[in-house]
Design a protein around this ligand. Structure first.
Ligand SMILES: [Fe+2]
Ligand SMILES: [Fe+2]
Length: 131
């Protein structure tokens, strides 16, 4: 996943936060794509996901504050999307990953990258013209 200007919403703070989310997801992907993984790699993946969770919460908070400031009319629907993603992240239990379930990890990764890209391009872009 690559962050480039095509993903810019036109706000430096938000763009830098989006970059960070892309970067953390890529870190998980890099570990996942290693030909061999041991338990330490899974610990690392969990560590990154916890970090991602933290950055996502910060980002959503900042973004929602900004949207409130600019009077974005679809704020409530947008908040709802954020909340759903947060509960998805919260639902990832570390036990499931410890079991080395390839399928779980693969689905997780696909979902993360797809959600981040689609949310930026689909939903965050809706507030672009209000900035
Ligand atoms: Fe958003
Ligand atoms: Fe965003």
């Amino acid at each position: 996943m690559i962050w480039d200007m095509a993903l810019s919403v036109g706000n430096d703070l938000i763009d830098s936060q989006h970059k960070k989310l892309v970067e953390l997801t890529n870190q998980v992907e890099t570990i996942f794509n290693q030909s061999e993984r041991d338990l330490r790699d899974y610990d690392e993946i969990i560590r990154i996901i916890i970090k991602l969770n933290f950055y996502v919460m910060n980002h959503f908070r900042d973004e929602e504050l900004l949207l409130k400031e600019i009077g974005f009319p679809e704020l409530e629907a947008h908040k709802e999307e954020h909340a759903k993603f947060v509960s998805f992240l919260d639902g990832i239990t570390t036990d499931r990953l410890d079991l080395k379930e390839e399928e779980v990890l693969k689905n997780l990764l696909n979902f993360l990258s797809a959600w981040i890209l689609e949310h930026i391009k689909g939903s965050d872009f809706k507030y672009k013209s209000y900035l």
